[in-house]
Ligand binder design. Structure first.
Ligand SMILES: Cc1cc2nc3c(=O)[nH]c(=O)nc-3n(C[C@H](O)[C@H](O)[C@H](O)COP(=O)(O)O)c2cc1C
Length: 263
């Protein structure tokens, strides 16, 4: 099959998923390549229609072992025409659980045919010592290797129709969609009302007139506002957040490996 265009779409508040996806996509440098930033609220609201001779590579972080809810919503506006798709889950050294399974189910219903899948370990949003510095050079080399192999495989395939790619995970899913986080984002008096946090929030959970006004039912706990705040005015509720970090701490010394499969 002759590919005409490659798209890579990512949800990546902490930028690690984006790094992995752009490295995979770099294998297709001889084709027109376009990125879709699903972290952006506005880009997520658009409709995306893909053709048979286009490739979509989609990557999301595991959030409580599931696809982040805003991505599930965005995927309802994606459609393919037997379009080959590559599924990527990143995770912070714990587990992806049902993330790839959920991603697969959401795209196969919409006219896509999974031809490859991967999981990559990336630094945990909640504890930097957990997979610290990942994806590192070794991880990115593997992302490129995955991309190179995909490109070669797709060049040789005449049709994708028979593909039935196996991915880890179970259905019915074992975890609730958002995970359950007993902590929320708090704002202290260092806040200078610069509004950067409201601008960067992927789900518009922060009021654009009062950055201390946060809709916790929308907030993903992705940490974008904590990272962007120039005065460190934002933090997660101290005690429950510390307790979660303590739960994650045993994973810190372990180097988990990436994984991929190709049809
Ligand atoms: C709300 C939330 C839930 C998470 N759940 C998991 C999880 O279930 N398993 C895991 O290993 N990592 C989990 N992580 C860590 C992220 O999957 C990991 O840090 C990922 O690299 C973040 O991607 P990004 O940098 O592209 O935003 C979670 C992070 C957040 C913010």
């Amino acid at each position: 099959m002759q590919l005409l265009k490659v798209y890579y779409a990512y949800f990546s508040p902490g930028n690690t998923t984006e790094k992995v996806l752009s490295r995979i996509a770099s294998s297709f440098e001889n084709y027109p390549v376009e990125s879709i930033n699903l972290t952006s609220y506005d880009e997520r609201q658009q409709e995306y229609h893909f053709k048979e001779n286009e490739l979509l590579i989609i990557g999301v972080p595991a959030y409580g072992g599931r696809v982040p809810v805003p991505v599930v919503d965005a995927l309802s506006r994606f459609s393919g025409l037997n379009t080959p798709v590559v599924l990527v889950a990143t995770y912070g050294n714990r587990d992806i659980d049902d993330t790839l399974m959920e991603l697969k189910k959401n795209v196969t219903d919409k006219g896509f045919i999974p031809v490859g899948a991967a999981s990559f370990v990336c630094q945990h949003t909640f504890l930097k010592e957990c997979a610290e510095g990942r994806p590192d050079e070794e991880d990115l080399k593997m992302a490129k290797e995955f991309g190179d192999k995909l490109k070669e495989r797709l060049r040789l395939l005449v049709t994708y129709d028979t593909s039935n790619l196996e991915v880890p995970g179970s259905f019915p899913y074992t975890k609730p969609p958002m995970g359950e986080f007993p902590f929320k984002v708090e704002t202290n008096d260092y806040c200078i009302y610069c509004m950067l946090c409201a601008d960067v929030c992927p789900v518009k959970a922060i009021s654009d007139s009062n950055p201390k006004d946060i809709d916790n039912s929308k907030c993903l706990r992705c940490g974008s506002c904590l990272r962007i705040c120039p005065t460190q005015a934002k933090s997660f509720t101290e005690e429950p957040f510390k307790a979660l970090q303590q739960k994650l701490a045993p994973l810190c010394g372990i180097r988990k490996e990436n994984w991929y499969t190709i049809c």
